[in-house]
Structure formats: structure tokens, C-alpha cells
Design a protein around this ligand. Sequence first.
Ligand SMILES: *Cc1c(COP(=O)(O)O)cnc(C)c1O
Length: 381
Amino acid sequence: MSALPYLSFARPALDEATIASVADVLRSGWITSGPKLKAFEAALSEYVGGRPVRCVSSATAALELALNVCGIGPGDEVITPAMTFFAAPNMVVKVGATPVFVDVEAVTRNVDLAAVAARIGPRTKAILPTHFAGLPCDMDGLYELAKKHKLRVIEDAALAIGSSWRGKRIGSFGDICVFSFHPNKNITSIEGGALVMNDEHEVREIERLRFHGIAYLPDRTRDVATAGGKFNLPDVNAAVGLAQLAQLSAFNEKRRALAGRYFERFRTQPACELPHPGYTNDEDGHSWNMFAPLLPLAQMTLSRREFREALEQRGIGTGVSYEAAHLTTLYRRFGYHRGNLPHTERIADTTVTLPLHPALTAADVDRVCAACAEVLAAHTR
Ligand SMILES: *Cc1c(COP(=O)(O)O)cnc(C)c1O
């Protein structure tokens, strides 16, 4: 038993003012989507430079609706990295299209654009990249490629709210961009997600698709032309999101400082492979949702599972982000197998996500670093 407090790898930072704002909504008589949602959407839109934003119940829902808005369905292919969360390829399958997995770059863990280019064919309709751990993809290269082949881009920016590329915030430019407000992300609305879109036409589409397909006729009766689902974000959630958004810059500053501390103090023997430190021309451009070194398993007598258990015994929680999507049971059925995407597989096999969230202190990070060093030193092959 450790006398020290348990350090979870992610944790939402909710202050009393946020909790009070939820109580206000609960007392107001209007608890589902209403004025708080409108205010949250307006604040998000302002945050991304005025582009239109609509919220839904999760980033997963946002990805599904983004694919709908792009008209992607049976017979279409969407190119996506296999080093991503399952939600992205799953929604491609859900709309009836085929995910085409490509490898990531070894160092950034972001999609390899040369690999994307090599897989573009007559059925390709979109690229669905992920900004890994909040580090932006090469946005210049990505949009150049998309433009050249007239492809839509749906950015999975679930971890990248507050990240920027050459001084421009993710979501403030480009095609459709999706954020997540799950509790493990940089800001939360308990559950929730948002889409940044291009124009009012897409906004109308999303408004219909997220709420039964309903459109209003001139006489204020309702019409349905498409079978929409129900993905609206309630005001209770929007109130949390609104209070969180006001703190996003402070949260991300804290995350960056803690990531900096990891780079300063994380020294193990044998050495782990540290994540990409962020682009030097965008010092504040990385949202640092995760800090995930790769374990030197070949030089260790412990498996990853045993390493994680050893940290757990020291009161330190860890995660795995991500498993290789193409090697899950579902995507093996599409013909993928081990050996297809070497960088993805190496990262998936060796990655460990260490604690990183705004409530941690530098001393907590030092404790994690010391524990990793101790466990590895004691179990070197
Ligand atoms: C968390 C996450 C999602 C899913 O977000 P939800 O809001 O939980 O649906 C999608 N993509 C990535 C990269 C994520 O990390």
C-alpha cells in the first residue's frame, strides 16, 4: 500500500464555479439543449476564429455526422491512420464505407502523408487524420494532398483543442474538424463533441441529422426528409463545457509545463523512446493531452502489462493509446494482418500513457519518473 495519493493518467479538472453553473441549469426548468448549448457553440466558434460550430453528444457522433455531411457511404473509401482511436474507422464502417488504414510516422505518430498518397484511388472520398496526442499533423502537406485529389478532410481533433499549426489554431482553418469533450480530453462536457464546419449549408445538415432529421416548414410545423438520429448535447453538459472552455488556455499551459517536466526528468536505463516534443516553430502549439513513452521491451524482463502493474502498485495509473486499429477482430476481417503497418504496430505494442492532467504537480511528475526509472532498472535483461 502506498501512502502517496493515487495518480490517475487522466482526470477532469472541475471547479466549484462549474459545479454551481450546472446547479443553475438544473434549477432553471430547461435542462436539455437550449440557451447554454447556444452559448457554448458561440464560444467555441469564437475560439476557432468565427467558423461555424455545432455540438453533439460525443466526438464519435460528430465523426459519423461529418461523414454523412460529406455524403460518404457504401462504395466509398476513407483513408485513416491505424494509430487512432477506434471511433474513427468504426464510424466509416457504420456509414457503410470502407476504412483504408495507412501507417504513421515513427516520431510524430501522425499519419504518413506519403502512405496516404499511395492509397488514393478512384473510390477515395476523404482523409480522416488524427492529431496524435494533440500534436498537429503536417497541415500544409495534408491540405495540399486533399486539394490535389479533391478529397474531403475530416480532422479527428479529439485531443487537439488548443493545438496550433504555424500559429493558427486547429479548427480555425481547413475542412471539417471534430473535437471531443470526454473527461479524458483537454476540456470536458462530461460527454460531448463538436464539429467545426465550412458554411451554413453544412450547419443546417448537422442540425437536422443530430435531431431526428427535423426541419421547420414556413408554418412552423415540422418536416422530416432524412432519418436523423438523436445526438443533441443537453444544456447541463453545455454548462460544463462553457465553464471549461474559459479555462482551456490555463489547462493547456499547465499541461505544457508538466510535459516539459517529463522531458527534463524522464531518464530510464534502458532508455524509453520519448514522444515528439512539439514543433519548434509552434512552441505553444501542442495541447499535450498525453505523454506516452515507448518501452524498450527487448531489453526488459517485464512485459508491458507487468510494467503497468508495477506502476499501479506504486499508486500510478497508466493507459494504452492506442492499440493498432487494423489488428482488431473487426479490421482483420477487412484483410489486415500483423506486418502491414510496422510503425503503428511497434507503437501499439510498446506505448504506455503516463499521468498528465492539469491537477498534477511537478512533484507528481517527478514521482512518476522515479518510479519508471526504478522499475526498469530492476528488470533489465
Ligand atoms: C476520445 C477520442 C475519440 C472519441 O471521443 P468521444 O467524445 O468519446 O466519442 C475519437 N478520436 C480520438 C482520437 C479520441 O482520442
